[in-house]
Design a protein around this ligand. Structure first.
Ligand code: NAD
Length: 494
């Protein structure tokens, strides 16, 4: 591991933080209470900025602005083509400010700057262009109903959408939710994660620069238990879309059911299997399994966190995975070439170290890592366990950190049963050169995404979402449009 950057003085980010207030009705405003909360630098635990903390009163103001923009403002009167042009202009502005946005994302989240600047921010621009293209292509059908009626369907926006996002991909989650909501003509009140509010505020200013009318997108930074729960239970919010933990997803569904039965889309946790058969290209499987787990400091909902390897190639796979993890470059995420930055905060950091301890205590073999790196910030050495058994906590729970667990299997039926034996069903990876094995696996795995001889392929066109306790509904691609549309049947006698 490269520990130098974790112990050296942190690099000072070259960006001015312009937006820390709430965005309500097109204006950056203080919270009604005047309260703020600090957002912290995961490299040091020091305060980056104090951000306005929304209260329930601010939530009501934001919902009222979104309602007015939906019912009366220019938004519902605009043509779909005009809406689409705003989204295209927004994508251009994201590209123009690519490095500034990536800097904020890295500073607030701790992810490598190169990852934010070269992968994530460009993906956000791509996603807005994809949904800009859809805005003027949404239409209903005529239905060949029996006999004497002309029947047509109208696809209409749902209304005011509450959106609650997590901290692991702050800006990508913003895009996955706001892109389809705006393309379909809805208005939005979004609550970013309290750990990473900065990029959503910054780009929402650009969205207005692109021509978005006031009140269409409102950003209320604040905490889950107050404004998050308030959004899910608000009587004047028509839909809630959430990404985060399964436990919070259950709370949101309950709040929405008990209030006005608003529709809910949920993208939740996972414990995704990554399955390597003995006919796979082992070097490629080792590299991809490493990426599947360690990408974004292991803080991915779809992380390949149960690596199942066939017994005939197990020892070779473990040895190569250990050596690869040892070479991983960990350090200040602003430093060139760094592959892994700090974990998001002290709470996650401690939780991950506790899971590592449980793995050792449960008898898994610690191949490498297993401890903190440096003495400040939340850096953890890339950790690999072998001889992991299905009933160990590290094989069952979502760790959300840089901890790879490698399990052994003997045959295809056994691995299908074990891979599916999880409350989650978000994604899976399969490595094999045999088409029959690939065909069997893609059908047998009860998950929302199967990546064969690849992992984490996230184009704007590809739907993503979970089976079982990993969620409801799909985001991205055409599937996300239906999350934000109502279908009205109109029947006329002939
Ligand atoms: P979290 O559930 O604690 O928080 C997510 C968001 O929900 C935050 O904005 C938070 O403020 C808010 N929230 C918390 N309590 C709330 C409540 N009672 N009512 C309403 N909102 C509330 O999750 P997290 O720790 O921020 O994120 C990590 C989790 O998210 C992991 O479990 C991960 O798997 C999951 N995740 C899933 C996906 C996916 O697409 N499936 C993507 C990213 C993260």
């Amino acid at each position: 591991f490269s520990s130098s950057a974790a112990t050296e003085e942190p690099i000072t980010p070259n960006v001015e933080i312009k937006h820390t207030k709430l965005l309500i009705n097109g204006q950056f405003v203080d919270s009604a209470s005047g309260k703020t909360f600090p957002t912290l630098d995961p490299r040091t635990g020091e305060v980056i900025a104090n951000v306005s903390e929304a209260s329930v009163e601010d939530l009501d103001r934001a919902v009222a602005a979104a309602r007015k923009a939906f019912d009366e403002g220019p938004w519902p009167k605009m043509t779909a083509y005009e809406r689409s042009k705003i989204l295209y202009r927004f994508a251009d502005l994201i590209e123009k400010h690519n490095d500034e946005i990536a800097t904020l994302e890295t500073w607030d989240n701790g992810k490598p700057f190169e990852q934010a600047a070269q992968i994530e921010v460009p993906m956000v621009a791509r996603l807005f262009r994809y949904y800009a293209g859809w805005a003027d292509k949404i239409h209903g059908l005529t239905v060949p109903a029996d006999g004497a009626y002309h029947v047509q369907t109208l696809h209409e926006p749902i209304g005011v959408c509450g959106q609650i996002i997590p901290w692991n991909f702050p800006l990508l989650m913003y895009a996955w939710k706001i892109g389809p909501a705006l393309a379909t003509g809805n208005t939005v009140v979004m609550k970013p994660a309290e750990l990473t509010p900065l990029s959503a505020l910054y780009v929402s200013n650009l969205l207005h620069e692109a021509g978005l009318p006031p009140g269409v997108v409102n950003i209320i930074s604040g905490f889950g238990a107050t404004v998050g729960a308030g959004l899910a239970s608000h009587m004047d919010v028509d839909k809630v879309a959430f990404t985060g933990s399964t436990a919070t997803g259950q709370t949101i569904l309950e709040l929405s059911a008990k209030s006005n039965l608003k529709q809910a889309t949920l993208e939740l946790g996972g414990k995704s299997p990554f399955i390597v058969f003995d006919d796979a290209d082992i070097d490629e499987a080792v590299n991809t399994a490493h990426f599947a787990l360690f990408f974004n400091q292991g803080q991915c909902c779809c992380a390949g966190s149960r690596t199942f390897v066939h017994e005939r190639v197990y020892d070779e796979f473990v040895e190569k995975s250990r050596e690869l993890a040892k070479k991983r470059i960990v350090g200040d995420p602003f430093k060139q070439g760094v592959e892994q930055g700090p974990q998001i905060d002290v709470k996650q950091f401690k939780k991950i170290l506790k899971y590592i301890k449980s793995g050792v205590e449960d008898g898994a073999n610690l191949e490498t890592g297993g401890e903190r790196l440096g003495s400040k910030g939340y850096y953890i050495k890339p950790t690999v366990f072998s001889d992991v058994k299905d009933d160990m906590l590290i094989a069952k729970d979502e760790i959300f950190g840089p901890v790879q667990s490698i399990l052994k299997f003997k045959d295809i039926n056994e691995v299908i049963q074990r891979a599916n034996n999880s409350r989650y069903g978000l994604a899976a990876g399969v490595f094999t050169k045999n088409i029959d094995t690939a065909n069997t696996m893609m059908r047998a795995l009860r998950v929302g995404s199967v990546w064969i001889n690849c992992f984490d392929v996230f184009d704007a066109t590809i739907p993503f979402g979970g089976y079982k306790m990993s969620g409801h509904g799909r985001e991205k691609g055409i599937y996300s449009l239906s999350n934000y549309l109502q279908v009205k049947a109109v029947v006329t006698p002939l």
